[in-house]
Design a protein around this ligand. Sequence first.
Ligand code: KG4
Ligand code: ZN
Length: 344
Amino acid sequence: MHKQVNILGIETSCDETAAAVVADGNVIKSSVVASQVGLHQKYGGVVPEIASRAHIENILPVINEAMTKAGVRKNDIDAVAVANQPGLTIALMVGVTAAKTLAMVWDKPIIGVNHVHAHLQSAMIAQEDKLELPAIALVVSGGHTSLYQCKNALELTLLGSTINDAAGEAFDKVATILGLPYPGGPSIEKIAKKGNAKAVNFPRTMLGPDSLDFSFSGLKTAVLYHCCGQDMRGENRCKEMDEQELADIAASFQAAVIDVLIKKTKRAAQKTGAKTILLGGGVACNTALRDGLADMAAKIGVNLLIAPKQYCTDNGVMVASLAYYKFKAGMFGDLTMEAKAGSQ
Ligand code: KG4
Ligand code: ZN
């Protein structure tokens, strides 16, 4: 009988402490996520020091729960995998240290995984058979907005990425401007449902006719100026807005982000002759983005593979799944803690 390869995946790069056990890259035996949203809410964004301390508290209970739910013991685990870059260094350190310690004590190999590549992998889990090449992938999260060309889980070429704010970061910052709760993505999506997306014509920054890079900081500033004016000193504070006005701004902002994401993805698909588009990362929870990309993909006759919503935001499943392919390729170790944009 085929012996399954069980991998324990650990994720602590930002504000979720997560662990999962996945067999053969696509059989999800458990997935446990301890979210820190409540801790960061009052700051309107992730505070690294708070994130790190919460990871320290949560990491062992989360790993224990993932092992128990999967019904496995240490001897059933073939490798310990961890997202080791990119991310908040003092947050990553908690997962990496836990993974290294377990690997040493259990005498198992350790596998380091790139967090952004893992987001992309979440769109492939259990649907690799639908991956027609050539393929491109859009990863949209709180820290990254990247387009890749991909041949398989491990052969990825970066085609473009954000030159300033990531798409999720723009959602989070605009939510703060609008006085909506963190994380901004779900808050904006919710209120945008009641708004008119054509109410305000916010800028769509395309960075030239061939560019596959993104820029969302101008859009964020446009929302700020729209709400508060250009001079925010003294008397000129942001104006009061009623519920409908807020909903219209949220809907118009969301439409501008999604428009750019779809146009750039279409551009990348056409440039590379892609037959498949993959979508992953926290912002991929957004239904308007999922639907908009599906429409575009159908129009240009390209297959679309989207990560299930529960595996769009940070989780251990994507880490364990990607690590399986590294396991098969004998790519152990690989724990460089590189946090620079070039590694995305
Ligand atoms: O992938 P993720 O959990 O963490 C990073 O790797 O950054 O993504 C979190 C981001 C946050 O910026 C959050 O606002 C955004 O994903 N997000 C959304 C939605 N749900 C989460 N953005 C837009 N619409 C959503 N429904
Ligand atoms: Zn992430």
